[in-house]
Write a protein that binds this ligand. Structure first.
Ligand SMILES: [Zn+2]
Length: 206
């Protein structure tokens, strides 16, 4: 069993406890700053395909596969709220349903939060109220972290593990993507009052 553990989805591992799946939102200052922006396409493709191969193209959380394509690559970021550094810890395969929970802001903005809440209940064995509380906490945390513009991004895990070199124009590409995502969020939420926690920062603090 020990030897098999790395291949068992988190949801079924005896050494793991719920939540197996919860929203994990990227602070606004870091939107767009990811391996896709910071590496050449061939390097990013190699890293994400390696994640798919390691899991047999199954979701690392639930073991499932999506109906149109089986899995997507999810970057596992750790956040240090004191130094404000976002550190890449690994890249894993997630099915589209689990991935949608992780990227909660994007899921909310496309109106799919009810399905995502239901999936969080299913995977974690939670009630709807528990899932909603977890999502609300994630949103509060996102809001706290998004008050700061000086977040740094550390992708040395990818450099060490795969021998890749970040591209020179990566910072500029990431910055451009960040601006475009922020603009889209403003356009989408600017006239609505019911997503105030999502946009307070965008309009009233920056
Ligand atoms: Zn899954």
């Amino acid at each position: 069993m020990e030897a098999l553990l790395p291949f068992v989805p988190y949801r079924f591992r005896p050494d793991r406890k719920p939540p197996y799946l919860r929203p994990w939102m990227v602070p606004q200052a870091l939107w767009g700053r990811n391996l896709r922006a910071l590496l050449i396409k061939a390097d990013w493709d190699r890293i994400r395909k390696d994640a798919y191969d390691r899991s047999g193209s199954r979701c690392r959380v639930c073991g499932g596969r999506g109906p149109k394509w089986p899995v997507e690559a999810d970057e596992g970021w750790q956040y240090d709220d004191t130094t404000r550094v976002q550190t890449l810890k690994g890249v894993i395969s997630l099915c589209p349903d689990c991935h949608a929970v992780r990227h909660w802001g994007k899921t909310m903005s496309s109106g799919r939060q009810n399905e995502a809440l239901a999936w969080m209940c299913e995977v974690n064995g939670w009630t709807r109220a528990e899932a909603q509380r977890c999502a609300d906490d994630a949103m509060d945390q996102w809001h706290d972290r998004s008050r700061f513009q000086d977040w740094k991004c550390d992708i040395s895990w990818a450099v060490k593990t795969y021998g890749v070199t970040p591209i020179e124009e990566g910072d500029a590409i990431a910055e451009e993507r960040n601006q475009s995502f922020v603009q889209k969020a403003r356009e989408q939420y600017g006239s609505q009052g019911n997503h105030s926690s999502f946009i307070n920062h965008l309009f009233y603090e920056s």
